[in-house]
Each structure stands twice: as structure tokens, then as C-alpha cells.
Ligand binder design. Structure first.
Ligand SMILES: [Zn+2]
Length: 431
């Protein structure tokens, strides 16, 4: 699996020798989910910036809020990529760390209807994950690996079978060596525990990343933030630019530590409001109840997660389980006529087009256009926590995300770049 040599290949600018007896571990390539990744010759940091519509970078740099990135980009990579649809957090984070779409790794939402269990459940449990991760594979091959995520909901999926550090900002005060690979996450960072609804929750991720990179011999690090800021603030606004300025400061520190940095996003973000600034919502369960009878169809919103205050569980993607006697084509024909629909597809077509697992998707999939979201029943969505006009994601209109590296990468002519190519670009295609 790996060789040892006298050469200090993995000092990575930090002057640290690795492994017992001061020898250096030189790993070989690692193959995960049919893709082969070269062993990093310097520490790699992949960052998933939650909800980072490409305009956030563009506007922040234009405003002078990202001096490091503005300096680094001429010798780096700045491309547009496609995220996974549904453009939600869990499917995309898992695609990035596995290098494959949800049809392969199995995580197709934050929330889904588990047919076997006959229950609607959060998709946070690694039992739903059908493949290994790039992170776990590198750790298994001897690499130093660390993961820091803002929200704890992603921690067990990202840390599946990972021997290394893996903890969340949200629960940094509860880390143990046995469970998280670090005894005192809060002490490491030296900042107070942030609120789950705050920009601080993401800043804590970056601060932890820098500390870990300073203190440990790491080869691969994955950082995942939260989209609290992006849900509330449009690109170019003062609060958005302040968030990207904060991030830029930490990226500069990671660069100074010798890291290759690859930034991408799980999805973009758009205003989901009408001309009056009110949420533009189609309540699908109400519509289907009126057509088919109360509770006959089941509408699943895969955006649903334990933290819904800032979006009210409203997104641009839904999947519908129909009663046995209702043909999908009849429902599709009627749903297509609703306002704000971008694509209404049957299971087979949707899973083919979006690379989703057929056994975890309903009979019909609904994707709404840029400024419209879908809900279940009006009575089931608490919008009282929305203190800013609704911004959300989930559809094709939030599929464009940036892929930014502080190194130039070779371009494959005509090839579509995905956010889940981030590890491949950073490890295999640096020019
Ligand atoms: Zn997200």
C-alpha cells in the first residue's frame, strides 16, 4: 500500500517528519468509486462553501473584499461547475467526498421517504451511504485526514469509516478522541461555541481548519460551511462581502501553510420571491389533496433538515409518491400546468437525468423555476422565522457553482466540470 523512504516528502513546508522513527510515509495512488487519486504532494484543503452562488465570489472580489483570492487567481483556476440536482446540501457534500453522483452513493436529499421503513427520515445516517469516501480511503492508506463541518448533521456521513479528525462547529464542545479524533475541539480553536444560526458557525470551521493544519501532519482536509449567510444576503451586499472577506483571511493562512486549496459549493442560491418580495410558493400537498383526496399522495421535500428557520423548508425540488391507482403521466400532465414549474418528470426520467437512485425517489419529481419554491401544505410551513425575503435552492437554477483553486489545472476540452470533480482536479490535474 505504501512505501517508506528517508526523504522528507511530506514535510509540506511545516518542517515535520512523519511516522515512527522519523521516516516519511509515501503513499501510492488511492482508488475510490472507480476514480484514482494521486497521493497529495502537499496538503490539500477542499472547501465546500454552502450556498455559494458564483456571484458571491465575483461581487466580493470586485468590492476588494477578497484580496488573497484576487492575488491568487491569476495563477489559479476559476471555473463554473454543475452541482448535483437536487441542489441540496447532503447530496452534494457526499458527491464531493465520494467523487460520484447520488445514483452511486445513495444520498439523494437531506430528507427522504424510506420505503423499507415506511417512514420519512433525515438522511444523516451513514447506513444510507452506499459507497466509501475519498477521505476514508486516504486515511486508510496512511494519510493524515481531518474534516470540519459547520452543522453536526453532516458529520457522521462525512466521517464514515474515517480514521482521523472529524467534528462539527455546532458540537465542538462535545468532542472526544474516540468519536471525533480530537479531545477538545473548542480548546483547539479558542473561540466560543457559535450559534447554529450564525456566520460564526462557518468562521469556526475555517479557524479550526487553520489550527489543525498548523498543529498536525495533515495530507487531506475537508471543510464544509453553512449557508446561513447566503440564505439571508444576496451577492454583493455588505453582509455577504463581510463573510467572504472573513473566509479570504483564512484561505490566505492556509495558502501560507503550503496548502493546495480547492473551493467549490454544494449549490447556488436565488431569491424565491414575487415582485412584492413575498415567498412564491406552490403548496403541492394542498394541490394534490384537492385533486386526489386528503393524504392520498405523499409530498417529500428533500430540503427538510433540523435547521429550517432561515428557509422554512421551502426549496425548488420535491418528489411525490402517488396512490397506486393514479398514473404518473396523469399527475405529470396536471402538475406541469401549475405556475412556476421548470421540470415535472417521472421517476425513471428524473433519475436518469439527475443521476439519482430510483429506489429513493417518488413516482414524480418536481423542479420549480428560479424564483418559485414548492411546499407541502401551507399549514405545515412556519415562515415566522423568515426575517429577510426568502432565498433558497434545490432546482436547476441553483446548479451552477464555482470551482476555484490556487493552482492552475489542466482543462479537458468540452468536458462538463462537476463540483464533485474537486478532488480529481486538485490531485490529478494541477498543471
Ligand atoms: Zn447547502
Amino acid at each position: 500500500m505504501k512505501e517508506t523512504s528517508e526523504a522528507s516528502t511530506f514535510s509540506c513546508g511545516r518542517g515535520e517528519a512523519r511516522g515512527p522513527h522519523m521516516e516519511t510515509i509515501v503513499g501510492t495512488d488511492v482508488t475510490v468509486n472507480s476514480r484514482t487519486y494521486r497521493w497529495p504532494d502537499r496538503p490539500l484543503v477542499v472547501v465546500c462553501i454552502d450556498g455559494s452562488e458564483p456571484d458571491y465570489f465575483t461581487r466580493a472580489m470586485a468590492a476588494g473584499a477578497m484580496p488573497y483570492l484576487s492575488r491568487a487567481l491569476p495563477a489559479g483556476t476559476n471555473r463554473l461547475a454543475d452541482s448535483v440536482v437536487p441542489s441540496f446540501t447532503n447530496p452534494n457534500n457526499l458527491s464531493i467526498v465520494t467523487g460520484v453522483p447520488p445514483a452511486v452513493h445513495g444520498i439523494c436529499g437531506n430528507y427522504f421517504y424510506d420505503r423499507d421503513a415506511g417512514a420519512e427520515v433525515m438522511m444523516n445516517d451513514p447506513k444510507y451511504l452506499r459507497t466509501g469516501t475519498i477521505l476514508a480511503a486516504f486515511a486508510r492508506a496512511g494519510a493524515g485526514v481531518a474534516v470540519v463541518t459547520a452543522k453536526d448533521k453532516l458529520r457522521r456521513l462525512l466521517g464514515h469509516e474515517l480514521s482521523g479528525v472529524c467534528f462539527s462547529s455546532e458540537k465542538a464542545d462535545q468532542t472526544t478522541t474516540a468519536e471525533h479524533g480530537i479531545a477538545d475541539g473548542l480548546g483547539l480553536v479558542g473561540r466560543p461555541l457559535p450559534s447554529v444560526y450564525s456566520a460564526d458557525l462557518s468562521e469556526f470551521v475555517f479557524a479550526a481548519g487553520v489550527r489543525l493544519m498548523q498543529n498536525r501532519p495533515l495530507d487531506v482536509m475537508y471543510l464544509s460551511t453553512t449557508d446561513y449567510v447566503q440564505h439571508k444576503h444576496a451577492p454583493g451586499t455588505p453582509a455577504a462581502n463581510a463573510f467572504y472577506r472573513m473566509m479570504d483571511g483564512y484561505l490566505a493562512q492556509l495558502d501560507a501553510l503550503g496548502c493546495i486549496i480547492a473551493l467549490t459549493a454544494d449549490h447556488g442560491m436565488n431569491a424565491k420571491t414575487d415582485a412584492a418580495g413575498l415567498p412564491q410558493v406552490v403548496y403541492l400537498q394542498d394541490v394534490l389533496d384537492a385533486w386526489l383526496g386528503a393524504g392520498r399522495a405523499r409530498v417529500i421535500l428533500p430540503i427538510t433538515d433540523p435547521y429550517v428557520v432561515h428557509h422554512g423548508a421551502l426549496g425548488s425540488f420535491a418528489t411525490i409518491y402517488l396512490p397506486a391507482e393514479t398514473p404518473a403521466e396523469d399527475a405529470i400532465e396536471r402538475l406541469t400546468r401549475l405556475p412556476g414549474m421548470e421540470a415535472v418528470l417521472d421517476r425513471k426520467e428524473a433519475c436518469r437525468r439527475f443521476e439519482l437512485p430510483e429506489d429513493r425517489v417518488g413516482d414524480v419529481i418536481v423542479v420549480t423555476e428560479r424564483h418559485t419554491v414548492v411546499g407541502t401544505s401551507a399549514a405545515r410551513h412556519d415562515l415566522s422565522g423568515l426575517d429577510a425575503p426568502l432565498r433558497s435552492h434545490g432546482g436547476l437554477s441553483e446548479q451552477h457553482v464555482p470551482v476555484v483553486l490556487n493552482r492552475r489545472t489542466r482543462r479537458e476540452p468540452g468536458a462538463r466540470v462537476r463540483n464533485f470533480d474537486a478532488f480529481d482536479l486538485a490531485l490529478n490535474r494541477v498543471a
